[in-house]
Design a protein around this ligand. Sequence first.
Ligand code: NAD
Length: 237
Amino acid sequence: MSGRLQGRRAIVTGAGSGIGAAVAERLRKDGAQVFTADVQGEVDFTADLTGPDANADLVKAAADAMGGLDTVVPCAGISAFHPLEGHDDAYFLRVLEVNLVAVFRLVREATPHLKAHGAGRIVTIGSTTSTYGDEGLSAYSASKHAVLGFTKSVAAELGPFGVTATCVQPGAIATPMTAPAFEQMPEYKTFWENKAPLRRLGTPEDIADVVAFLCSEDARFVSGHGLWVDGGVMARH
Ligand code: NAD
């Protein structure tokens, strides 16, 4: 298995924490060069990726550092529960900006590199809430539905250039994003553990392993696809 991403040059955002950090580590383990970005943590490029030029600057820095770019995995994201009543515009728009608009900008800026490569890879991170909705998740679920739709359209547009675009849809994963909710509400953690046929929360590595597969030559004919990686939760939805 080791070395299957040899020669690939990838950007991973959100790599300062959780799923993004695990993805960066896994891609490196498989032989890829990885250029990491986040607003915090130990990464190659530190920036708030909602800045209008941040993604163009990131793509340029990554391509310069690695001598090219053929793989993009935007993992940066935010989430919080907000009931609809009293849900202010600013937070709703912020969720769309981080989870959707920054992904759009990164993919747009990377597109010339991915087309030139001839076998480019885009793996976005949606959520099982790219497929269903839930109370208090109107902004998050809207952004994650949108990122899945965006990914499908990118797959259609860039497929003729040998580029695949797929969307990994994690279920409940134990990361710093979910830790406060699981710590404050142990019953919420138990709920998700029991809801999964595999009877546990996911780990960042559960997601990273699937991302690595989708970046590899083995996944060359998989595109426009949203893939639940959720311990089977969606089978019961
Ligand atoms: P996390 O909070 O551990 O990591 C997210 C990272 O994104 C953080 O390091 C954060 O600094 C970075 N980030 C946020 N806003 C940014 C910005 N404006 N600019 C640059 N970096 C920014 O969370 P995670 O659980 O690892 O989440 C990673 C991705 O997986 C997110 O897109 C999230 O929506 C998705 N996801 C997570 C779960 C879960 O259960 N943890 C489930 C489904 C989907």
